[in-house]
Design a protein around this ligand. Structure first.
Ligand code: AMP
Ligand code: MG
Length: 486
């Protein structure tokens, strides 16, 4: 049994639509995240029972659930859509986890809602497997993220370009409130709505802001600082979110909505994976700028509560945005300094990071393998081992680079290698592996999905049994585009 306590359902009616999930014909549990279930204080045996699976599929809900679809708006690729909302997701309710933190339990793919527009409210099992793998990989990498509690196969087929097996995903988040949730009320000039939402977010995520001289300004500062830290972390693992629309950016600072996202193999700052991102709006290196742009949109909605006079509000918002950029840069260069093994007190000011990334791009080097094998060099292996590790026979400018690196990092030391080990993951959810797990799952084979999920739980550990997951794709295996989370 589950006892939900639903604070979002207690907000004014216009914040959401009450909506029961639409039952599915033959639900079966594909995967349950046992450690997460335990952290949430949930009974794992119950979750696996027919009653638990019925809840995870949206077929029958506990009495304490108050299922609803949240309303939100958003800028999609820069164009504003005044009403989006949960078109295929339903919030079942909220739980307190074992640390007393409030967490949302949401089903994704559980049927149509008043926000579905032309969509069917369903998810393919493939998209469920992708979100499960990538969100849990994020968690393993110690990056704030929504979590995967369960994957269900519905026994139904959903029409996309072709028919695909259907799935339902159970997402756990510290909340599902997005920049676009604020924009929804702003677009309707609903100032009461914005203020109510701001108070709710402050209480839930940033309680210190309540005591600030200017709570809404403090709220914006808090969101900006969470996003600066988050985006810096994405960049350090080569993650490209793919669709950083304002409706896909949380105010909590957790990564959300894993659609056409990817971890890149060969490094290039302009890399995109989304087949619809033809202008590189959401490219790896543009993500901090898009974070800025999205925060500017959030600032607009809060401006009326920041100062009475719009010019004053704008000035204060601009200061927050400048600080966001400064915070991001600091986190970015500190993060890359750690990856490179530069001592904390001598963190790179950006020059050497830039030089390094230019080398990787110019010589088409695999991002993750480079840092992984550089860590081995720090532990005594040779330049030729590094080259073999990244699949190259020669990189002309590597000698000079290595000399500078030795100098900057102060030569071999235990601290250097430990720092590098802790910041350079060995296993990331490489696209070709994700696609392989999805293709198998679509045929009803869940072993690859299971094994890969397990491998991703400890991405920093050296375990030769997991070597296959480390390897970069062969030219035939390279995935150039990933698809929207349909
Ligand atoms: P996303 O691209 O998943 O972030 O979704 C953007 C918007 O489209 C959100 O409002 C979703 O709820 C909605 N949406 C996406 N897929 C579907 C679907 N299959 N049925 C209904 N709405 C959908
Ligand atoms: Mg979305």
């Amino acid at each position: 049994m589950i006892l939900f306590d639903n604070s979002y359902a207690r907000l004014p009616e216009r914040f959401f639509a009450n909506q029961q999930p639409t039952p599915v014909s033959a639900p079966s549990l594909v995967r349950l995240n046992e450690p997460l279930a335990r952290d949430l204080g949930l009974d794992r045996a119950w979750l696996r029972s027919p009653e638990g699976v019925a809840m995870l599929a949206g077929n029958t809900l506990p009495d304490s659930a108050e299922p609803l679809a949240q309303a939100y708006a958003g800028h999609q690729f820069g164009g504003f859509v005044p009403q989006l909302g949960d078109g295929r997701a339903i919030l079942l309710g909220e739980l307190k986890d074992r640390e007393g933190k409030r967490r949302d339990l949401q089903l994704k793919g559980s049927g149509r809602t008043p926000f579905s527009r032309g969509g069917d409210g369903r998810a393919t099992l493939g998209s469920v497997v992708r979100e499960y793998l990538v969100s849990e990989a994020m968690f393993g990498l110690k990056i704030p993220t929504t979590r995967a509690l369960a994957a269900i196969s519905t026994g139904e087929r959903v029409p996309r370009q072709e028919f695909h097996p259907g799935g339902v995903f159970t997402r756990v988040a510290s909340s599902h409130i997005r920049v676009g949730t604020f924009q929804y009320f702003f677009a309707q000039s609903d100032l009461d709505g914005i203020k109510t939402l701001a108070d709710f977010v402050i209480e839930r995520h940033y309680p210190d802001a309540a005591n600030a001289a200017n709570p809404c300004l403090a709220l914006l500062e808090s969101v900006a600082s969470s996003q600066a830290a988050l985006i810096a972390k994405w960049l350090q693992v080569g993650f490209i979110h793919g669709v950083m629309n304002t409706d896909n950016m949380t105010v909590s600072g957790e990564t959300i909505d894993f659609g056409p996202c990817a971890f890149m193999d060969i490094f290039h700052p302009e890399k995109v994976f989304s087949s619809i991102d033809s202008h590189g709006r959401y490219a790896w290196g543009n993500q901090p700028n898009i974070g800025y742009w999205n925060l500017e949109r959030l600032g607009e909605t809060l401006a009326p509560f920041i100062a009475e006079d719009i010019a004053t509000a704008k000035e204060q918002i601009d200061t927050v945005l400048e600080n966001y950029l400064a915070d991001f840069k600091k986190a970015h260069f500190e993060g890359f300094s750690a990856k490179l093994g530069i001592p904390q007190d001598k963190a790179d000011d950006g020059q050497f990071t830039t030089l390094t990334l230019q080398l990787l791009a110019r010589r088409e080097i695999d991002f993750t393998l480079f840092f992984r094998h550089l860590t081995r060099v720090a532990e005594g292996e040779t330049k030729s081992d590094l080259l073999a590790g990244v699949g190259k026979t020669s990189v002309e400018d590597l000698d000079d680079w290595l000399i500078t690196w030795e100098k900057i990092t102060g030569g071999a030391s235990k601290e250097r290698s430990e720092r590098m080990r802790a910041h350079n993951p060995i296993i990331i959810p490489r696209n070709h592996r994700v696609e392989e797990a999805i293709a198998a799952a679509e045929k009803g084979e869940f072993e690859p999905f299971k094994r890969f999920t397990e491998a991703l739980t400890d991405p920093f550990s050296e375990d030769s049994a997991l070597d296959p997951y480390e390897v970069a794709p062969s030219p035939e295996e390279v995935v150039c585009a990933t698809f929207c989370g349909t």
